[in-house]
Design a binder for this molecule. Sequence first.
Ligand code: OAD
Length: 278
Amino acid sequence: MQNLIERAAQAIRRSRKTIALTGAGISAESGIPTFRDPGGLWDRYDPEEYATIQAFRSDPAKGWPMMKDFTELKTAKPNPGHHGLAQLEQMGMLHCIITQNVDNLHQAAGNRDVIEFHGNMRQVVCMSCRKLLPLDEISLDTLPPYCSCKGVFKPAGVFFGEPIPVDAMYRSQEAAQSCDLILVIGTSTVVYPAADIPRISKDLEKKPKYNSVNLCHIKRYGGRREVLSYSPKESGAQVIEINPEKTDLTQRISDFIIQEKAGVAIPQIVAAIKAMAS
Ligand code: OAD
């Protein structure tokens, strides 16, 4: 393990542009359950029933209680994994974070360039007039909450079937294509288009271009999604995963995986970088 920590530290030191893609796993040590690990959110709520835009449209009162759970995550604090990434940014060694998380913990840790790929839960959007309001400014006493135009408010997080925010999509593609190292931390990489980001980084030749892509789950492809075929080590950016479990990326895309909790591995990588510099 120490060997891999040092390899990652060396790769970051040598990299011209490092970015990170994060998922729910990085916040697990802050006490926020992931989606697909045992006991995760999708064990309690069927995403087809609660997290698609079609389900929300047909019964917003049913979807809101789960969303309220999210909004009550406000008490969670960044953990050493988040703080480690903030330190890397301050050291000039991390260009940006693309996060699928809506918990605001990267920003709370001090990262300044965080691309919120799945939107955020700090705001609500009216489904009729598209007005955006801070969540704090609306009452959740009666659900669903309504806008003054009588439209239903929806959390500004992206639901399955909704498009990824255009700016986040554009900036993520640009970062994925221009980086030479991507850290893929705490994500199962089964939700698209986020799961394409490391693939785009790896395969600089193919450069997929999206204008608008709706959020979807691998299940909708009827199982395993087609993976671009090439020899993982031969082209594009280096891909380093930090995840206690192997993922779809591990064999085909990643250069290597550090099978450890983010809150353990990331501070060790930062310490190794500092030791190498001194
Ligand atoms: P998942 O729940 O699918 O995956 C969490 C990953 O984190 C797994 O691969 C775990 O092995 C790993 N993990 C668990 N604890 C960890 C730790 N301490 N350190 C590092 N890794 C750890 O969550 P995501 O991949 O983020 O979208 O899910 C992607 C999207 O699916 C979410 O953004 C959400 C969900 O449906 C929406 O709801 C829009």
